[in-house]
Design a protein around this ligand. Structure first.
Ligand code: SF4
Ligand code: SF4
Length: 95
């Protein structure tokens, strides 16, 4: 199991409240809000690599995921990225 799979497993076992608190912590590292592709859909969406794709991004204008501290820590964001538009790391790995 790689680091990202361990994180996914950790999140999967949390209660709904603990999950949303943990996502809030991870949001501190997410650089999506300053990315040219990012669209604010009105729900404060980010951490697309883990949560789900954006409900309103429809154009890819570059992706900052490779520079994201979370991506670097968990070794994601290079092979797969544009999570807001293409789906989560898990979804992209599973093809
Ligand atoms: S890898 Fe991309 S989607 Fe995931 S937290 Fe970092 S910037 Fe956000
Ligand atoms: S997932 Fe990548 S392309 Fe999408 S907003 Fe985040 S940094 Fe930008």
């Amino acid at each position: 199991m790689d680091l990202f799979e361990e994180l996914t497993e950790e999140l999967r076992n949390l209660s709904e409240e603990d999950y949303s608190n943990r996502i809030k912590e991870l949001e501190g590292d997410c650089v999506c809000p300053i990315c040219p592709t990012y669209e604010d859909c009105g729900h404060g969406e980010n951490v697309f690599c883990i949560t789900k794709k954006s409900s309103c991004v429809d154009m890819e204008l570059g992706c900052l995921c490779p520079t994201c501290p979370l991506a670097q820590k968990y070794k994601i964001g290079v092979l797969y990225n544009f999570y807001c538009h293409r789906g989560t790391e898990k979804e992209q790995r599973e093809g």
